[in-house]
Design a protein around this ligand. Structure first.
Ligand SMILES: NC(=O)c1ccc[n+]([C@@H]2O[C@H](COP(=O)([O-])OP(=O)(O)OC[C@H]3O[C@@H](n4cnc5c(N)ncnc54)[C@H](OP(=O)(O)O)[C@@H]3O)[C@@H](O)[C@H]2O)c1
Length: 312
């Protein structure tokens, strides 16, 4: 993995972002010093007429196949469990049989023998946690997943899973992936576009990661789908409160001082905070990618960070 603490989100590769553009973005990202590429086996079922996912992993697989030596420069992240079951009002979930089938299908589409991090995409309370822990640990043991993470899980479930792993001496989950950005939604308000009950990072989740140095926090949708930059993408209603007004004022000040965009300050704030967070950016053009990579490389001064943190 390179030093750039930024993941390229490939959610729309192969659907909204066509294959040629996806290849260009992946090439640019790796050539400019990036390495972490995030996808999931279900991307992007909602954007494909088939209603099934796999397009994103397949595009990444075809990109890797063109230059197999790239595999060593890329830190591959994928997830399982969130694909809807056709005709049923539920997701595939985390039963052992599903996870084993999920990793096989992901490795086949990606054209690789291992992923660098494998995520339980969302909670499945129908499956006992011991089974989830054991199944993912099995993948770590046989080398198909180097590291394990939980996305869209509350901190207490991550902690419980880690206790189970500690009890059995198996490889623990050691990463969390949640939605997080600089502005914060009103507590308990439903956030438009967020359909995971425990998908938003909380102060408790951040504290859990700080207190457990082997844990790694990733933030999805850090740019709130373009809301910091584009009047045609207003912030979701849950962000409509005085704290957002105060945060946006300071964000604008700091961006102007440094001579960068608000998006870039948001990424710098995430990367350099406590805990350091890996933002996963969704981009559809090289300009957006370059902006994000430059943003994640900015180091804020203590004074800038203190002002950004103090605006609540
Ligand atoms: N674990 C999970 O459950 C979960 C859920 C969601 C996402 N994710 C991961 O997180 C990644 C990012 O998610 P996201 O797409 O929601 O992220 P995002 O970073 O909040 O939004 C990305 C969108 O913002 C716009 N944008 C990006 N840079 C911009 C710029 N410089 N100026 C103006 N607009 C800009 C683009 O819209 P246009 O393309 O329309 O220009 C882009 O598609 C995904 O690819 C996926 O890997 C994970």
């Amino acid at each position: 993995m390179t030093d750039l603490n930024l993941a390229l989100g490939a959610m729309y590769f192969g659907t909204r972002v066509d294959e040629a553009t996806s290849f260009t973005l992946l090439d640019r990202f790796v050539d400019a010093g990036g390495s972490i590429v995030d996808t999931a086996d279900c991307y992007a079922f909602w954007s494909d007429p088939s209603g099934a996912g796999g397009q994103s992993e397949s595009v990444i697989g075809r990109w890797l196949a063109r230059q197999p030596s790239r595999r060593e420069s890329v830190y591959l992240s994928t997830k399982t469990g969130a694909e809807p079951v056709p005709g049923k009002d539920r997701r595939e979930g985390l039963a052992a049989v599903r996870v084993r089938a999920g990793i096989e299908a992901s490795l086949r589409r990606l054209g690789t023998d291992r992923v660098d991090i494998y995520w339980a995409h969302l909670e499945d309370r129908e499956v006992v946690l011991d089974e989830v822990v054991e199944t993912f640990a099995e993948l770590a043991d046989d080398g198909r997943a180097i590291r394990l993470g939980m996305s869209n899980h509350p901190a207490w479930r991550v902690e419980r899973a880690r206790q189970i792993a500690a009890g059995s001496g198996s490889t623990p989950f050691s990463a969390m992936q949640l939605s997080f950005s600089y502005v914060q939604p009103r507590p308990l308000a439903p956030v438009e576009g967020q359909d995971h009950r425990f998908g938003m990072a909380t102060a408790e989740a951040l504290d859990y990661v700080v207190a457990n140095p082997d844990m790694w926090m990733w933030a999805y949708s850090p740019l709130l789908r373009g809301s910091y930059a584009r009047p045609d993408r207003p912030f979701a209603e849950a962000y409509d409160h005085p704290g957002t007004t105060r945060r946006l004022a300071v964000l604008g000040e700091v961006a102007e001082e440094i001579g960068v965009t608000r998006n870039q300050v948001v990424l710098a704030w995430l990367v350099g905070g406590q805990p350091p967070i890996t933002p996963i950016v969704g981009v559809s053009s090289v300009d957006q990618l370059d902006e994000a990579m430059a943003g994640a490389s900015i180091v804020l001064t203590d004074d800038q960070r203190q002002r950004l943190d103090a605006a609540v």
